[in-house]
Design a protein around this ligand. Structure first.
Ligand SMILES: C[S@@+](CC[C@H](N)C(=O)[O-])C[C@H]1O[C@@H](n2cnc3c(N)ncnc32)[C@H](O)[C@@H]1O
Length: 222
């Protein structure tokens, strides 16, 4: 069992405060949060879920791409908030089936499509453009998916990536857990690539496990 520093990014008293303010009122989303907690399924933290909900509304998203569906929690959050069509990629068959069932329970089967595929290889086959992309799949592969994500995003669209500060390990050597060194190195490269990319302007937020928000700006394809 790896011990992480739970306060590495945000002090727990702040997290407690934020979560007390958010309070989940949707019974299905609440049941998914409980299911994820009981079964150790990593879903977006409540404050991150609220953030992508707000962003999806703010950018008036009509099409959203998500990488990493899990039980369908964040896909449902974004579809409910924005009314957008959501395409969500998941490579685990059981998860994809569970997500489809939850999406059916949410009455959103006509809005959310779960694509059962490996996001490392399928992105070039997906048709864009998207108004928003939520990158929440395999962390060590964000860096390799960045090019496809930018190509799939419309100019002015948002690329949001979760877990980019990875329990504090990205910013501080003392927090690095040996077994996670490859993920840490690649997430650091991912952040650098976002910050240096001529077609992106990126903010890094110490929210939840660390979130980046990038807007695609006009620029030459690289
Ligand atoms: C953090 S969870 C997604 C949580 C979800 N976005 C939410 O907040 O409700 C990451 C998911 O990505 C999936 N995943 C991992 N590697 C993948 C890959 N190569 N292609 C597609 N999905 C992948 C995992 O099975 C897992 O369900």
């Amino acid at each position: 069992m790896i011990e992480y520093d739970k306060d590495a990014i945000v002090h727990s008293y702040i997290t407690g405060f934020l979560r007390a303010k958010i309070r989940q009122s949707d019974p299905l989303l609440l049941s998914l949060e409980e299911y994820a907690s009981e079964h150790s399924v990593p879903i977006a933290e409540p404050e991150t879920a609220r953030f992508i909900s707000v962003l999806s509304r703010a950018c008036k998203a009509e099409r959203i791409l998500e990488i990493g569906t899990a039980v369908g929690y964040s896909a449902i959050v974004m579809a409910k908030a924005s009314g957008a069509e959501v395409v969500s990629v998941e490579n685990n068959h059981e998860m994809a089936e569970l997500a489809r069932e939850n999406i059916r329970r949410a009455g959103l089967s006509d809005k959310i499509t779960v694509v059962e595929a490996d996001a490392k290889t399928c992105l070039s086959e997906i048709s864009g453009p998207f108004d928003m992309i939520f990158l929440d799949g395999p962390k060590a592969h964000y860096i390799y998916m960045l090019g496809d994500c930018i190509s799939l995003l419309r100019t002015g669209g948002l690329l949001v990536a979760d877990n980019v500060l990875y329990k504090g390990m990205i910013a501080d050597k003392a927090h690095v857990v040996r077994r996670k060194i490859t993920i840490v190195k690649r997430l650091r490269k991912f952040i650098d690539a976002l910050m240096e990319h001529p077609q992106l302007e990126t903010a890094i937020l110490p929210l939840g496990d660390g979130v980046t928000v990038s807007v695609k700006i006009q620029g030459e394809d690289v």
